[in-house]
Write a protein of this length. Structure first.
Length: 361
């Protein structure tokens, strides 16, 4: 069913991510995952939660869409109020999770992602109870675990997962793919009893501790780690996932103007940072965009690997901002640009059967 699946981009259902989800053709090799972190995409939306996410899912060009209610969110005083409310009413309740997923049972492309609440609530068998309720409503399910709860989760997952049909997702979180804990867990997954298991491994290359103000302008971001794309097949996973070229942030409220941009370079499989000279929105158009378009990684792709540039919606927007066709004084817009560029690179990598990093070709 999913032998062609290679990549699972993970999105939070927020404004820029929603725009990218609606505007991207994910083809046959990419299944996006939507992490629902709040009831509505924006506070003033008069539609119900079901209507908002139903319309979003139906607008996505993909054979399958993973729908996830994450269990990793750590609430604090700085967490967005709507995220806190949704977490306490839906994310921290097994019955409410089942009810939320159940609303979308009539949409064939939806695959609910079931995860344990053992560490969150201290309740046992939360995977099994969700699975029993959702199995009769959906043709296939996905089961997600992580390094902290792997042993306990696998006892439940092994008893309910359908090999060759359902999906298994290992979320590394911030754990490195080279960590001995992952090697220990992966050894279990390669046992004969899991033959036919459709396995996906997810990790954010850009974590929340990477800030625009800390970027070295026009230089490699040393803290970024996108090595998963180079190793997932060697580790016997069918596909890998990440947060589509942007940070897995902490869902906090507010923030100040901090002009910066992170550009993915598939040649070296590295991220480059670009930082403004002043805290002014005009710096995006006047300083950051010209620096990106004139940078070594961009020029190399343009001259030697043009398929990563041609038809790239993110690059087109950068060029339109540079020429004044598009307004560049919008910090959120650059999140969209980063995602569009990264997704285009992933699509070219898959469809042209290229090697990333490109220098390995």
């Amino acid at each position: 069913m999913s032998s062609t699946l290679k990549y699972v981009p993970v999105f939070r259902a927020r404004q820029q991510e929603i725009l990218v989800l609606k505007e991207t053709d994910f083809g046959r090799n990419m299944y996006p995952m939507i992490e629902v972190v709040k009831e509505k995409d924006r506070k003033n939306n008069q539609q119900s939660s079901f209507e908002i996410y139903r319309d979003l899912i139906n607008a996505i060009t993909s054979d399958q869409v993973f729908l996830s209610l994450p269990n990793y969110i750590k609430l604090s005083n700085s967490t967005q109020a709507e995220v806190i409310t949704f977490s306490r009413t839906v994310l921290e309740s097994v019955p409410n999770r089942v009810d939320f997923f159940g609303q979308f049972a009539g949409i064939e492309k939806v695959v609910p992602v079931i995860s344990s609440l053992l560490n969150l609530l201290g309740e046992a068998e939360t995977i099994k109870s969700q699975s029993e309720s959702l199995r009769v409503q959906f043709p296939r399910l996905a089961y997600m675990t992580n390094p902290d709860s792997f042993e306990a989760d696998m006892l439940e997952i092994e008893s309910v997962i359908r090999l060759g049909s359902d999906f298994f997702i290992y979320d590394l979180g911030t754990v490195s793919p080279t960590n001995p804990i992952f090697r220990k867990h992966n050894r279990v997954l390669q046992d004969d009893r899991f033959n036919g298991l459709i396995k996906i491994i997810i990790r954010s290359a850009l974590n929340s501790d990477i800030k625009n103000v800390g970027l070295d302008h026009d230089d490699v971001i040393s803290e970024a780690d996108n090595s998963l794309i180079e190793t997932f097949e060697r580790e016997k996973f069918d596909a890998f996932g990440d947060y589509a070229g942007i940070k897995k942030d902490d869902l906090t409220a507010g923030g100040t103007i901090s002009p910066g941009f992170i550009f993915y370079d598939p040649y070296d499989n590295l991220y480059y940072g670009f930082k403004a000279e002043e805290k002014k929105l005009s710096q995006f158009k006047d300083f950051i965009v010209p620096a990106v378009l004139g940078s070594v990684p961009f020029s190399r792709l343009q001259e030697q690997y043009p398929s990563f540039i041609e038809g790239n919606a993110g690059v087109k927007m950068l060029r339109d901002i540079n020429t004044g066709i598009e307004n560049g004084q919008n910090q959120a817009k650059f999140k969209k640009i980063a995602m569009q560029h990264y997704l285009h690179c992933m699509k070219v990598w898959i469809e042209e059967d290229r090697t990333i990093p490109l220098y390995l070709e």
